[in-house]
Design a protein around this ligand. Structure first.
Ligand code: DAH
Length: 337
């Protein structure tokens, strides 16, 4: 082959190659072009096979030209690679980009169990009337749970079947939160405004509305000149706070050894499911109980109430069976309104 012809072919290869390279748009295409032009079986190697037929003085000329062509093709590949690589990267970024303004997945929020939820709702309402929260004790003694509350020996709630006695003589699991009244009166000077929430225990057969374990909130106010009207006013506010603005309360005569007079309190919350429901016992603190608490009934009077938390929680959340409150079934807790 002649020198001039080979030179022309090499030049042509260079121009054709750089044109093809300039048109390639992906890194994969460039990779392929690279090996088809410069690889062992590529076009350049192919052309140089003709070098053997050249004269000894022409060979170095072709060698130099071939190097030039190779360098030019490599440079074209490299610069095209940079462009194609950047384009591919920005396309990928554009595809993968997330809209930072779309809301993310919500974390799973827990919620309060209906019992503490109800206790805290009561605490909040009563707190707005100046009542503070105190705690009695779950293990009580016979004296405080019964005797100081003016409960005679033969009172039904003293019956063996109602009370869970501990082995230690005189010790029991409190049957109500009322002994907290005595402990509070003995610990602080009037005026007293306190609520005492807590767990109580009775020896009961368990059914949809009875448990051997349940919660009460005791309320106690002791001041000068306290009357039943004060009790009614506070309980009306409590009912409205718990059941909505249409709720009302009504007093029925009741009997408790530690209050005189004693009332049973019904609540009605208006609306479609209207009806009266007994939610608590209350009354004016019995003078004997005031005295047992170290308070002079001539100068101070008090009202007290004890409400069942489970019943209120069931009404507030539409829970039909009290046992559900003790079972910790998450399906029930999640389904609460
Ligand atoms: N301790 C009573 C019970 O468990 C409830 C009660 C009634 C509490 C009247 C009071 C009250 O403070 O005045 O049945």
């Amino acid at each position: 082959m002649e020198l001039a012809a080979l030179e022309k072919q090499l030049r042509t290869l260079q121009t054709e190659s750089t044109t093809k390279i300039g048109a390639a748009s992906s890194l994969a295409d460039l990779e392929e072009l690279g090996s088809s032009l410069l690889g062992k079986k590529g076009a350049l190697t192919d052309l140089l096979r003709g070098i053997g037929s050249l004269s000894a003085e022409d060979r170095p000329k072709i060698g130099a030209l071939a190097n030039e062509v190779r360098t030019a093709i490599e440079a074209a590949l490299e610069s095209r690679r940079t462009v194609a690589g950047a384009a591919e990267l920005s396309a990928r970024i554009a595809n993968e980009t997330e809209d930072a303004t779309t809301p993310g997945p919500l974390p799973a929020f827990g919620s309060l169990h209906p019992i503490p939820e109800t206790i805290s709702a009561i605490g909040q309402i009563m707190g707005s009337f100046g009542f503070t929260v105190a705690e009695g004790q779950e293990v009580e003694d016979d004296v405080t749970n019964f005797q100081l509350l003016n409960i005679p020996e033969d009172h039904p709630s003293r019956d063996l079947w109602d009370t869970l006695y501990l082995r230690e003589p005189g010790r029991l699991l409190r049957t109500h939160t009322s002994p907290g009244q005595i402990r509070t009166m003995r610990a602080v000077e009037p005026p007293i405004r306190v609520i005492l929430p807590g767990r109580c225990f009775r020896y009961e057969a368990v059914d949809a509305s009875h448990g051997f374990e349940f919660h009460q909130v005791e309320g106690l106010l002791v001041d000068r000149g306290t009357t039943l009207a004060d009790l009614k006013g506070i309980l009306d506010e409590l009912a409205r706070g718990l059941f909505g603005p249409a709720a009302r309360t009504r007093f029925r005569p009741g009997y408790y050894p530690f209050t005189e007079p004693s009332v049973a309190v019904d609540v009605s919350w208006g609306g479609s499911k209207d009806g009266w429901m007994t939610i608590l016992g209350a009354g004016m603190v019995h003078p004997i109980v005031l005295e047992n608490g170290g308070i002079d009934p001539e100068t101070h009077q008090g009202f007290a109430f004890g409400l069942g938390v489970e019943r209120i929680a069931m009404l507030r959340h539409g829970i039909p069976d009290l046992r559900a409150l003790l079972e910790n079934d998450l399906r029930m807790l999640r389904g609460l309104r």
